[in-house]
Ligand binder design. Structure first.
Ligand SMILES: Nc1ncnc2c1ncn2[C@@H]1O[C@H](COP(=O)(O)OP(=O)(O)OP(=O)(O)O)[C@@H](O)[C@H]1O
Ligand SMILES: [Mg+2]
Length: 422
């Protein structure tokens, strides 16, 4: 069988000037300067003096009809660059791409729609760009509007839409126009949980029943795992791994993520009056991001305050893979006197009981600041990704079932019975 997408040795070089030119989100600048300070400096002063770097390099991949492939990797890894090249928004600097089929892409919010046109007009425009006839679009029109939930706003120019409405409509069009290949980038990050579920359901339907091909970029590991049997791991523009999604996620969470935190010297992080020195999860006395559900674990933070501070707070949020905050805990909840903290070095540890989080992927976000005055981490979101493994007392019989449960209890059922003899 011939692949539907063939990517051979593809590379994309960007100029750093472009990066600074306002096109790139603040987050990119932070990621680049902060997570890769040396790479950034090195690439500025490279041998021939040109201020360029490779956002994607030596990338090879063959995708077959009906496959759903996840693309994962840290911020700035090159995921969106890859999808932009495939959807011809930007040409590759080198390499070759062959595509046999009609592509619909759903990239960052803002691409693909004409802001002055109404939702209705954009549906026709998008359909036409994808080579559909007016009749074909007309046939799908009601289904598109209905799925999007845009209702009466369909005749309003899309520039008046909220981000959520925009994404809903864009997703609905892309999913209904029956492309051979659907490229989806991070869409699920926007929109409410209900709509995210609907999108996932729709994508499953698209690959499952219609045999269409999907490339799906997301930071939401459980969504990738659910939708894509295989995934690509990108790191700094290079393909690190292409394998079963479970293996790829495991590798990413164990290695790549750790690299950003420690290998690339995120810590010590100095921000105004404070230096964050370490931040990690530990279980049975060793540092790990793969936690056993049935044992307690702890979060450890080492920091230094550079002067005496008032209204000080430091703590964490535990978020599920959808980004919902499950737990919030600050040191001042426990020791209010530490709101007035003295200059010095501190190591703080927060113990978590066993069997608290249901098996799955979570983020532990660090937060430090002075209440109402400053958030030290406003510019650098520090989120540690953790995986909670299966429990011996939770849905053992069907571990891959999506139970919908958000927290765990000990499940110590007391049973009284008066069993009758057979
Ligand atoms: N038009 C551009 N000009 C210059 N640099 C760019 C441009 N677009 C992206 N980059 C840079 O290329 C690198 C890869 O970016 P890309 O958007 O592909 O990352 P990503 O994996 O999608 O990250 P994220 O998870 O944050 O969305 C980043 O360092 C980014 O700053
Ligand atoms: Mg991206």
């Amino acid at each position: 069988m011939k692949p539907i997408i063939e990517i051979k040795n593809v590379g994309k070089r960007y100029s750093i000037i472009g990066k600074k030119g306002g096109y790139v989100a603040l987050r990119d600048v932070i990621t680049e300067n902060f997570l890769h300070p040396f790479k950034f400096i090195k690439s500025i002063f490279n041998k021939n003096g040109s201020e360029t770097f490779w956002a994607l390099r030596n990338f090879n991949l063959e995708v077959f009809k009906g496959e759903a492939i996840g693309i994962i990797g840290a911020n700035g890894a090159g995921k969106s660059t890859l999808l932009k090249i495939l959807s011809r928004i930007t040409p590759p600097t080198e390499g070759e791409i062959t595509i046999h089929g009609r592509i619909a892409s759903l990239l960052e919010v803002g691409t693909g729609f004409h802001p002055e046109l109404s939702g209705r007009e954009n549906i026709y425009l998008n359909g036409a760009i994808l080579g559909m006839t007016k009749q074909e679009i007309e046939k799908k029109f009601d289904a598109i509007v209905e799925f999007s939930g845009i209702g009466n706003f369909i005749d309003t120019p899309v520039k008046r839409y909220s981000t959520g409405m925009y994404v809903r409509l864009a997703f609905s069009i892309a999913a209904h126009i029956e492309p051979d290949i659907l490229l989806v980038d991070e869409v699920l990050a926007v929109g409410d949980a209900e709509f995210q579920k609907k999108c996932l359901g729709k994508m499953e339907e698209v690959t499952g029943t219609a045999g269409r091909t999907i490339l799906f970029v997301s930071h939401n590991m459980s969504a990738v795992e659910k939708l894509c049997p295989k995934s690509v791991l990108l790191s700094k523009g290079q393909l690190v791994m292409f394998d079963d999604t479970k293996k790829v996620i495991e590798h990413y969470l164990q290695n790549e993520y750790e690299k950003n935190i420690e290998g690339e010297k995120l810590f010590p992080l100095k921000e105004k009056d404070i230096i964050i020195k370490r931040f990690h999860t530990k279980q049975r006395n060793s540092k790990t991001t793969h936690l056993d559900c049935d044992s307690p674990f702890e979060v450890e933070i080492d920091f230094e305050t550079l002067s005496d501070l008032t209204l000080f707070r430091i703590g964490i949020y535990v978020k599920n893979s959808m980004g919902d905050i499950m737990i919030r805990s600050f040191i001042a909840d426990w020791k209010p006197e530490l709101e007035n903290i003295k200059k010095g070095n501190y190591k703080i540890t927060l113990p978590f009981p066993e069997k608290l989080l249901t098996p799955g992927n979570y983020f532990i976000a660090l937060n430090a600041g002075r209440f109402g005055i400053i958030n030290y981490l406003a510019k650098h979101q520090i989120e540690k990704s953790i995986t909670v493994g299966p429990s011996a007392h939770f849905n053992q019989a069907h571990p891959t079932e999506n139970t919908g449960a958000k927290i765990l209890i000990k499940n110590e059922w007391q049973i009284q019975t008066n069993e009758l003899p057979h």
